[in-house]
Design a protein around this ligand. Structure first.
Ligand code: MG
Length: 310
């Protein structure tokens, strides 16, 4: 049984990548069933134990919209002492109040590059949602917090079709101007291909948004997530979002396949000799355990290959 790929570096790639692990938030919020809070805590502890250093823990979106993560106030105290950054999603000032009360140091706001998704997901226009984030980001920055800005539908939108690069660049630039330290470019329905990734990163660079503050969030709906990641690495991106075991996805994408699996990403990065600090065997064991909790197998190719028993 092969447990790791052969390491063969390729030119023009970063030496190290920081994985922003989203399984506990983006993954579990899209599960039908609500996972018990103790299981969530154990999941985060195991992810940290496998070497992940940024683990998005939960969300302070109103429980009515995301009942799966309604236990944020119960979860965070269970994570005291976990040796990782534990950012949380914060939709508005009320969510920020809840995060501050829990001593959270890193937050993420969730914007949209398209009007239709902004209307459906945020009940606002794109510009109204930016106005909603403005005091959230300002207060968080005043409090010394790190702020990530998610940007959904950067490549395609299920209602609007292809999303023009300049439209994405405008909203991305606006989030940076609000004070976001980092952007996460979301291919929410998984339709991006590598040339499109290159065009968007070039467009952002032209607007003064460099790869040092860009993370990429690819979905594997059409099998393109790793090709797109590789292209982003070639452009100097060093922050990559992924979900342990491939948990979650997007309820608006037609297929169940969603988030890039962290194990699939680590397999490629290990093979390229790019440092992540992640122990692939420990991570895979964590996803196998989580799949047992959820009662169905992981969609990750790497998890399946590494946990296959003759
Ligand atoms: Mg996602």
């Amino acid at each position: 049984m092969i447990g790791l790929p052969m390491t063969v570096p390729a030119p023009g790639l970063p030496a190290r990548v920081r994985i922003h692990e989203v399984g506990a938030r983006d993954g579990l919020q899209n599960e039908q069933t609500t996972v018990p809070v103790e299981v969530k805590a154990e999941f985060v502890r195991r992810l940290a134990g496998a070497g992940l250093t940024t683990i998005e823990a939960t969300s302070f979106v109103h429980p009515r919209w995301v009942p799966q993560l309604a236990d944020a106030e119960e979860l965070l105290p269970l994570l005291t002492g976990v040796a990782a950054d534990l950012p949380v999603l914060v939709p508005n000032e009320r969510g920020l109040d809840r995060a501050v009360a829990q001593g959270v140091r890193r937050i993420a706001v969730f914007g949209s590059a398209t009007e239709t998704f902004a209307a459906r997901n945020l009940n606002r226009t794109v510009d109204e949602s930016l106005a909603m984030f403005e005091p959230v980001v300002a207060r968080a920055k005043d409090a010394g917090m790190h702020v990530r800005g998610y940007l959904s539908m950067c490549f395609g939108d299920p209602w609007e079709g292809a999303v023009p690069v300049p439209q994405v660049v405008r909203v991305a630039k606006a989030l940076v101007d609000l004070g976001c330290d980092e952007l996460s470019l979301g291919d929410t329905i998984g339709v991006a291909t590598p040339g499109h990734v290159a065009a968007l990163l070039d467009g952002l660079a032209g607007a003064g948004v460099g790869t040092d503050r860009i993370g990429v969030h690819f979905h594997d709906t059409y099998g393109q997530a790793l090709a797109n990641t590789y292209e982003a690495l070639r452009h100097g991106v060093t922050t990559v979002d992924a979900s342990a075991g491939g948990l979650g996805g997007c309820p608006y994408a037609k297929s169940a396949t969603g988030n890039l699996a962290t194990e699939d990403l680590v397999w490629m990065l290990d093979g390229l000799g790019i440092e992540t600090g992640v122990d692939l065997a420990a991570l895979t064991a964590t996803s196998v355990w989580m799949a047992e909790q959820l009662g169905r197998p992981s969609p990750s190719r790497t998890v399946r290959a590494l946990s296959h028993k003759e």
